[in-house]
Design a protein around this ligand. Structure first.
Ligand code: UD1
Length: 379
């Protein structure tokens, strides 16, 4: 029997922890011939290579080397190069994860070449179309053949958009598979002593959303809140390259230097960051993935956005959406510093086995299509 030829796609940092679990499960499946393509949307040591090393993701079979650029330019370059790969390699299935530009670019190319597409982390919606990721999510889901979801809101969003229920599979969260698989290893990280912070005696901040960091006004507001929070508790702030650029461009870097309890670093590796999150008193973030990881760890999270596409982290988990109003951020932080907790439980199927479920669905689909094509041959 011929093996199912699967081309897995990654491009940017939040994709790596998802594909690590998916690739590992696929490699255990004898009927699969799984390869990995990296578009190179993220490319440097801190944003890409370190994650491959730490998560033991196989070296990509194909690297497109696309790099940064405006949305049209970056998406277009990925499409041009990815189409050549699809034409040459003729995969049976392309697997895309998350919501970055690489996700929509490769899904669009594959579907137009008649190749089936599976979307891992389908159906999440912020209902905020100014977010580039929201556009990527909506479009990818519309053209995917298999939609793997992490929470029940995703399925209702997809059904509302007219997606056929038969394509939707609730499998859980592959990013949490990776988190559980690495928690023990992360325990060995010495990042706390490197940053001179003690367990449960610091907070963590991450920022990179265009809505927060590309606006001088919004970024200044968050820094104003940060100035107050760090007076109460040390805050670790690993700065994303986009935010680094904007802080320089807006002349806001001196403000950071005025905060004695702020610990600034560059982007951290997966294991160091996991250690930081799991030992933090609380986390402030605008990242989607971190909202989920803190919920899985039971660590309070304040989301510095007006909405979330991951509502289960609020209804079941430890997440609170607080927007970017300085007063609210400071008030909520003070409550957490004072020992108030955000009760939460781990959402359904966030159990470390999501990628196994994905592989089982794919194996079932492939058995079905093999028996159908055999049947076609006979008739
Ligand atoms: C992208 C994703 C976003 C994801 C985020 C995680 C899209 C639309 N956005 O946003 O969903 O949450 O990644 O990081 O796909 N840079 C480096 N080194 C790198 C990569 C980028 O220095 O390896 C710099 C770029 O030069 C650029 C900035 O970081 O100035 C932003 O990178 P970009 O890929 O444009 O978008 P992100 O904001 O990272």
């Amino acid at each position: 029997m011929s093996r199912l030829k699967i081309l897995n796609v990654v491009g940017a940092r939040p994709n790596f922890m998802k594909i690590a679990a998916v690739m590992r499960a696929m490699q255990r499946q004898p009927g699969f011939d799984a390869t990995l393509l990296h578009t190179g949307q993220h490319y440097d040591q801190a944003m890409s290579k370190l994650f491959f090393e730490e998560l033991e993701i196989p070296k990509p079979d194909i690297f497109l080397g696309i790099g940064s650029g405006n949305h049209g330019e970056q998406t277009g370059r990925i499409m041009v190069e990815f189409e050549k790969v699809v034409l040459q390699n003729k995969p049976d299935l392309v697997v895309v994860v998350g919501d970055v530009n690489s996700t929509i670019a490769c899904a669009l190319v594959a579907v137009k070449q008649g190749v089936k597409v599976a979307h891992v982390e389908a159906g999440l919606r912020s209902y905020d179309r100014t977010m580039p990721e929201e556009i990527n999510r909506i479009l990818t889901d519309q053209i995917s053949d298999l939609l793997f979801t992490t929470e029940s809101s995703a399925e209702s969003n997809l059904l509302k958009e007219g997606v056929d229920q038969a394509k939707i599979h609730f499998v859980g969260n592959v990013m949490i598979d990776t988190l559980f698989a690495n928690l023990r290893k992360a325990g060995d990280s010495n990042i706390l002593s490197k940053l001179s912070v003690g367990p449960k005696a610091f907070a963590v901040l991450t920022l990179h959303r265009p809505s927060n960091v590309d606006s001088h006004e919004n970024l200044s507001t968050i820094l104003q809140a940060l100035a107050s929070v760090q007076e109460q508790i040390p805050v670790v702030f690993p700065i994303h390259p986009r935010s680094q650029d904007r802080l320089e461009q807006f002349g806001l870097k001196p403000k950071l230097l005025e905060m004695p309890n702020l610990r600034v670093t560059g982007p951290l590796g997966y294991l160091d960051f996991l250690k930081l999150m799991s030992e933090a008193k609380f986390v402030m973030t605008d990242s989607g993935g971190i909202q989920e990881e803190t919920t899985a760890l039971g660590i309070p999270c304040l989301t510095l956005r007006e909405n979330t596409e991951r509502p289960i982290t609020v209804t079941d988990g430890t997440n609170r959406v607080v927007g970017n109003d300085a007063m609210r951020i400071v008030e909520e932080s003070m409550n957490l510093v004072a020992g108030k907790t955000l009760p939460g439980r781990r959402p359904q199927l966030w159990d470390g086995k999501a990628s196994e479920r994905i592989v089982r669905v794919l194996a079932g689909e492939s058995a079905l299509s093999t028996s159908l094509s055999r049947h076609d041959g006979v008739s």
